[in-house]
Design a protein around this ligand. Structure first.
Ligand code: UT7
Length: 334
């Protein structure tokens, strides 16, 4: 039995920074509301007219991760791509990475688990390595939210939160079973699918129906029951973190770095307080990037690593909650 460890990681965000004050020019919102409720100061949004997409940002992050892993693209055996904002309805973004990076004809899998997407993707890749099927897997989380948001006052409860960006890592086989991913824990509860959803276009509700609708149909914009999602998030985050700690027989004081999905700074702070974690045990960067859904954890992990905050043997805990509902955690010894 092999273990899987992260050997290279990187992230890419578009240059265009959108501040809270910039948003206040196009909708009825203000910096104080956004910062007080979410902690967000700015986000990166792809500029109108740019040909950047989830796949192209993912490819840029992936190149950095492969280089830092000290590998060539031809040594990658498989691609797992997590996104809720794929370039096409189908095919998925994974196959585009195979093409964009001019890789061998390796398998490519898309993961559709929204804010938990990266945790699900990492756990999936881990299983392929543990069984011995693959040696090096590229795991990517990338989102192009800004083109699909309702950027009017009607959509302000959602649109101010989300940012664009991508992160990637290479997960590689190791024979040291004390290192790498120690466990992962995945959950879902589909009865709350409608609490955070982009309902259409879907096969149930296809484009002509939307266009022909007499009443204004905005089911193609994300809908979120924010308060309900918030309440569930704090409970599920806590449960799934505890599951990781209990499985590995460790205490919260043993965590060197906790990286929560960057949904809302208030959620992260609530959990930090509940688990009595010190500031230096938690890494948040939602202030600068907003919520980048499937990309948020890997962007934060890459940034923390770049700052020298992730060291050999460190215990790193990742946890996420979001649309589905889906939630999960991954515990790593670096
Ligand atoms: O990543 C996936 C998981 N996502 C989450 O975990 C997100 C969870 N939810 C949240 O983070 C919070 O619920 C939000 C940040 C989305 C909203 O914060 P809230 O404290 O729950 O605010 P609210 O939705 O209850 O709205 C309070 C007020 C409302 O006005 P009234 O009805 O009290 O007059 C909203 O219309 O704030 C208003 N409002 C805004 N005002 C200024 C909503 N959005 C805005 C805005 N600017 N952008």
């Amino acid at each position: 039995m092999y273990n899987a460890k992260i050997t290279g990681l990187g992230f890419y965000v578009p240059d265009n920074i959108v501040s809270n004050d910039d948003l206040a020019k196009i909708m009825d919102t203000d910096d104080a509301w956004i910062q007080e409720r979410t902690g967000i100061k700015q986000r990166h949004w792809i500029k109108d007219g740019s040909d950047e997409t989830s796949a192209s940002m993912g490819a840029k992050a992936a190149k950095i991760a492969i280089e830092r892993a000290g590998l060539s693209k031809d040594e990658i055996d498989f691609i797992v791509f997590a996104t809720l904002s794929p370039d096409f309805y189908f095919p998925g973004c994974g196959v585009q990475i195979q093409d964009m990076l001019d890789m061998q004809t390796v398998g490519a899998l898309d993961v559709r688990n929204q804010c938990s997407g990266f945790v699900y993707a990492l756990s999936t890749a881990d299983q392929f390595i543990k069984t011995g099927m693959y040696k090096n897997i590229l795991v990517i989380g990338s989102e192009y939210h800004s083109n699909g948001l309702d950027k009017t006052t009607r959509g302000r409860g959602v649109s101010v939160i989300f940012g664009d960006g991508a992160g990637a890592c290479v997960l590689s086989r190791t024979e040291d079973n004390q290192k790498g991913i120690l466990s992962s824990h995945l959950h879902s509860q589909g009865k709350y699918a409608d609490k955070l959803i982009v309902e259409s276009p879907s096969i149930k509700h296809w484009v002509p129906e939307i266009l022909e609708s007499d009443e204004e149909d905005i089911s193609y914009f994300p809908y979120m029951d924010g308060t309900f999602v918030f309440k569930n998030a704090v409970v599920r985050f806590s449960e799934v973190m505890m599951e990781a700690l209990t499985t590995n027989n460790i205490a919260s004081t043993d965590i060197d770095l906790f990286i929560p999905h960057q949904a809302n700074l208030r959620i992260s702070q609530f959990i930090q307080h509940k688990f009595k974690l010190k500031d230096e045990q938690v890494y948040n960067n939602i202030m600068n990037y907003g919520n980048t859904t499937a990309a948020s954890i890997i962007i934060a992990l890459s940034e923390a690593w770049e700052k020298g905050m992730v060291k050999e043997n460190d215990i790193v805990l990742l946890a996420a909650f979001g649309s589905g509902f889906t939630w999960g955690s991954v515990l790593i010894r670096w």
